[in-house]
Design a protein around this ligand. Structure first.
Ligand code: G
Ligand code: G
Ligand code: MN
Ligand code: NA
Length: 256
């Protein structure tokens, strides 16, 4: 299709850009890291949301090339920030990984070469994998995830609660972080029910030795409730929208 060939063109001509959304430690209000979020600025069409082109990139397999670019760009950016700000060595860079990318045989080699090139420690990056990707795939995925963990790379389940996680299965995945889907967080203040769901997810995560990131935190009240529930991290418009690299850099400078 037209859009498909434009995606190819976009990759080769630098039309993609990463934005960085802060992730905040709720107990201290400190910056703990960023989630890298891709943006496409097309000279003709203008801004195209990832909601439109990521599914297409997944269907056509182009997601692997796009994902490779994202991993490289995000890691080089983190390397640059760590050089500029030695006090920011604790910051984590979260990178979304599509299901194609996990199945891809070269993923580990690519990550190894990015880590070697940038000198970043594996523990500084977090790969976000959606719940449905995780549940779709069997033993091969568990093996791949273990190989990532062997490099100290952290693993997050993204959009948790949206899919159909088999809870009995969850403990078999070597996951460090659980990101609670923003649907639960948004509706938390409406009444008790979603608060109880978030509480239960948090207890579940902690039982499995995972930390919790709440997505879509938009109000101070939500942040307070989340903190009380023992949720460690928050991400959302209350703290910050996704930022350009330049603005993210200012946020780091301010935080240290
Ligand atoms: O940032 P925004 O709300 O526009 O993102 C919309 C969707 O696109 C989200 O589900 C997000 O996870 C996804 N997305 C953003 N950046 C990337 C990326 O680099 N890779 C993949 N696979 N998905 C991304
Ligand atoms: O699916 P994933 O969690 O990767 O997507 C992250 C998306 O959520 C990004 O596109 C980002 O723009 C969006 N987002 C981030 N914070 C908020 C928020 O507080 N409210 C809403 N509605 N969306 C948010
Ligand atoms: Mn994500
Ligand atoms: Na998410």
């Amino acid at each position: 299709t037209q859009l498909e060939s434009e995606l190819h063109y976009a990759l080769e001509h630098g039309e993609f850009e990463l934005y960085y959304q802060p992730i905040i430690a709720l107990s201290t209000n400190q910056l703990s890291g960023f989630e890298a979020l891709i943006r496409w600025k097309n000279p003709k069409r203008g801004f195209i949301s990832p909601i439109e082109f990521i599914p297409l990139a997944e269907d056509t397999g182009l997601i692997v090339a796009v994902g490779d670019w994202v991993m490289k760009e995000a890691c080089h950016q983190l390397q640059d920030w760590m050089r500029q700000f030695p006090e920011a060595a604790h910051l984590k860079m979260s990178i979304n990984l599509a299901s194609h990318q996990i199945r891809e045989p070269d993923l580990l080699d690519k990550l190894d070469s990015i880590l070697a090139q940038t000198g970043i420690d594996g523990s500084s990056i977090r790969l976000e994998i959606t719940e449905s990707t995780l549940m779709d795939q069997g033993e091969q995925t568990i093996k791949k995830l273990s190989q990532l963990r062997a490099r100290n790379i952290q693993l997050s389940i993204d959009d948790f609660g949206q899919g159909y996680s088999s809870l009995s299965y969850l403990h078999r995945f070597p996951i460090n972080i659980l990101k609670i889907d923003r649907a639960f967080v948004n509706q938390m203040s409406d009444g008790g029910e979603n608060i109880e769901i978030v509480r239960t997810i948090t207890v579940l995560a902690h039982t499995l030795n995972m930390s919790v990131v709440a997505e879509g935190v938009e109000t101070q009240q939500q942040a307070e409730i989340l903190k009380q529930l023992g949720c460690e991290f928050g991400q959302g418009y209350l703290f910050s929208r996704p930022l350009t690299a330049a603005d993210a850099e200012l946020a780091i400078a301010k935080s240290i």
